[in-house]
Design a protein around this ligand. Sequence first.
Ligand SMILES: NC(=O)c1ccc[n+]([C@@H]2O[C@H](COP(=O)([O-])OP(=O)(O)OC[C@H]3O[C@@H](n4cnc5c(N)ncnc54)[C@H](O)[C@@H]3O)[C@@H](O)[C@H]2O)c1
Length: 321
Amino acid sequence: MSLKNKTVMVTGGAGFIGSHLIDRIIREKPERIVIVDNFFLGKHRNIEPAMKTFDNIKLYYQDAGHYEKMKNIFEIENIEVVFNLAVVPLLTSHSLPKITCEDNINITLSALELLREGCFKTLIHCSSSEAYGTAMEMVMDEGHPLNPTTPYAASKAACDLLVQSYENTFGLDCAIIRPFNNYGPRQNEGSYAGIIPITIERIMAGKQPIIHGDGLQTRDYIYVSDTVEGMIQIYNNSNTRGKVINLATGQEISVLDMVKAIARELNYAGEFDFQPPRLADVRRHRGDITLAKKMIGFEPGTSFEAGIKETVAWYRKILGK
Ligand SMILES: NC(=O)c1ccc[n+]([C@@H]2O[C@H](COP(=O)([O-])OP(=O)(O)OC[C@H]3O[C@@H](n4cnc5c(N)ncnc54)[C@H](O)[C@@H]3O)[C@@H](O)[C@H]2O)c1
């Protein structure tokens, strides 16, 4: 299968991963790209490069969880594939848990209802490794239990269960992608930012980087270009339907080592500000990518050092230093 000559919708397309996915979709020569984003955290600057290089993009400022309004879009556009990436993120769920859960579930439910009604053919749904909770096994494969520790993670797990239930009940064409921690250019550095943009911003502003807890909690950090390559290949291979597929590197890096890598890149030799651990922070995360390797030949090609270099260089440009 291929996206060539198809109309493809990306929900959350003005966000971090969604905008990189759009750049990658353009290389597949689609007929048209439809972006649905309510700009909760999305940014125009993320999609400007795509808008400049591909002239058949339509942007809808729209809540992807609003079923009727989404249905109107499907009546106008001849969409075949939806990549569902719109999300209210993890850190929002610490202050706005109800909104986070309601929005995330509504986004997925409206996509599923529209798929069930035949408004499009294939749903590639984006889950998160957060749905697993803290690792109970050294390496987490797709059979790892879902033990979400935060409302965000619970909403992501709930969405996955909804996708699987619609798939089973109505025989729909869906695949679930479960990425681990992504990093790279365009990750939101404003409200509800993640640790990598915050660390870069703080060091650049002459402040100490903050580490919650002892910093020995680990994550499987994957560079965003590797993730979006995997997403495209998952769509292209129809054997992925009905499956959940991890996208990770299979490597574990502590938060402390990640902050040190950023500090090295920015020539920061100062102290780190260790603060109390965040409640419900997962302790260890390392993805098993055996299934992705087998199904789509997945090989995340970007080393952590190279990825951090690219990421820091981008924020340097954006933050104007
Ligand atoms: N960033 C990561 O490390 C990571 C890891 C695993 C999984 N994921 C998943 O990847 C997907 C994309 O995440 P991201 O990191 O790019 O997040 P992001 O916040 O950068 O992008 C999400 C986009 O969704 C938009 N959005 C939020 N609510 C919306 C709504 N109701 N209707 C329409 N648009 C809405 C936001 O404005 C934003 O542009 C999500 O499904 C997320 O759960 C991300």
